[in-house]
Design a protein around this ligand. Structure first.
Ligand code: CA
Length: 409
């Protein structure tokens, strides 16, 4: 049974019903305020705090780091209070209503000051597809089923949804007989991922046991890990991605808490017979999330976006609990607001592949767009729109959108 809010728009086909209440940061006047999304509105938490409706002092901060640093209990208590204030029949509704503003008028900012960003490779379907393009005889390297593979990304170039993304220049080598060239990437791609923002951190030298790993996750968002495939192909050996990845990463503005996602948990990916068990420090694996995902594209010639893939987060080989436990297993310290991204989310069906490299099979099977254009990789003027949501027993909560348009450098 869905909860009812006195904010009417929250009760009808919204990403943001009373069950969700994701946290974000928006600009109000000249300063940044924390808010939660409710229907087509934002509730200004700094305003509510000043008005005495909330008592959590982290509501006055210009980013979510302070709230996240207090651990999941603090965010849970705040969210429970917000549900009370926004529920149908709430006695304080007229006071609360003064702190609502239309979502469409708000400029969203990055939800956290992000100190570090790590990108994983947790979809075995993605890893197998990409591996089979480059190593047909040996698509999955022998470490994959033991080690949650990842690399340290770049936090400074993480941008909020809607920020234009510039096509990077870089070194590429199309012709193995000729020297490499430097110029604009001709194989620009997106990667559909889910990101986890770290809540409470851990001290340097103190691993987080897997049973406690989720206590260190504040919530999830959508991530687009923009990638220049031609640059990547030439540079990635022997140390992995570098300039092919660090020119831009887009995140959606609303952070959906694990508490909001609790009704949409599913068992972790069932390893097929013959796969090794995870090593003991990566067990129990914890649960997965039943998140639906889709990607649309709108070229400069198109009026409406066209959906090009739909997938699910259910089939990830590693859970976020395993990724976080692994990340800290050597004593590495995570800090509030660090971003851990899942890696490209792909399924077994062709239309569930989470990047153009896979969807067009390295450009050999171009996509047909409704405009009559073809796409192997992204062209200037293309907008990529990612959406994510959960739905069960008549309740639906959404992540909103993660958008970005590609333009020249
Ligand atoms: Ca990635």
């Amino acid at each position: 049974m869905a909860l009812k809010s006195w904010v009417e728009s929250a009760n009808y086909a919204s990403d943001f019903p009373l069950e969700n209440l994701p946290f974000g940061v928006f600009r109000a006047g000249r300063s940044a305020h924390i808010g939660v999304a409710i229907g087509d509105r934002i509730l200004d938490l700094a305003g509510c705090f000043e008005d005495g409706l909330l008592h959590e002092d982290a509501c006055e901060a210009p980013a979510l780091n302070l709230l996240a640093s207090k651990g999941r209990a603090a965010a849970r208590a705040l969210r429970a209070r917000l549900q009370e204030l926004l529920a149908d029949g709430a006695p304080d509704r007229h006071r609360v209503a003064r702190h609502l503003l239309p979502r469409k008028d708000a400029e969203m900012l990055l939800p956290f000051s992000i100190g570090d960003y790590t990108d994983f490779y947790a979809s075995i379907h993605h890893a197998t597809n990409v591996g089979s393009m480059f190593r047909p005889d040996n698509p999955l390297l022998p470490n994959y089923k033991y080690v949650p593979i990842g690399y340290h990304g770049r936090a400074s170039s993480i941008v909020i949804s809607g920020t234009p993304v510039h096509r990077p220049s870089g070194q590429t080598r199309e012709d193995a007989a000729a020297p490499p060239q430097f110029g604009p990437s001709r194989r620009m791609d997106y990667e559909l991922e889910i990101g986890a923002f770290v809540g409470a951190g851990n001290d340097l030298g103190t691993p987080v046991p897997i049973e406690q790993a989720e206590e260190h996750i504040f919530g999830l968002c959508i991530v687009n890990d923009w990638s220049a495939r031609d640059v990547q192909t030439w540079e990635y050996q022997p140390l992995g991605p570098f300039l092919a990845k660090n020119f831009a990463t887009t995140v959606s503005p609303w952070v959906v808490t694990l508490d909001a996602l609790e009704p949409f948990r599913v068992p972790a990916f069932e390893r097929p017979e013959g796969d090794p068990e995870p090593l003991p420090y990566l067990q129990p694996s914890g649960l997965g999330f039943d998140i639906h995902l889709e990607v649309s594209i709108r070229s400069a010639k198109m009026e409406k976006p066209q959906r090009i893939s739909r997938g699910t987060f259910r089939e990830m080989y590693w859970t976020f609990a395993q990724l976080l436990a692994h990340h800290t297993s050597n004593g590495c310290n995570l800090q509030p607001g660090d971003l851990l991204a899942s890696g490209t989310v792909s399924g077994t069906a062709k239309d569930s592949r989470g990047c153009l490299l896979e969807l067009t099979w390295r450009g050999t099977e171009p996509l047909e767009l409704t405009s009559g254009e073809q796409r192997r990789f992204l062209e200037d003027g293309d907008e990529v729109i990612m959406r994510a949501w959960c739905e069960r027993d008549g309740v639906r909560i959404g992540f909103g959108e993660c958008r970005g348009t590609v333009g020249p450098l």
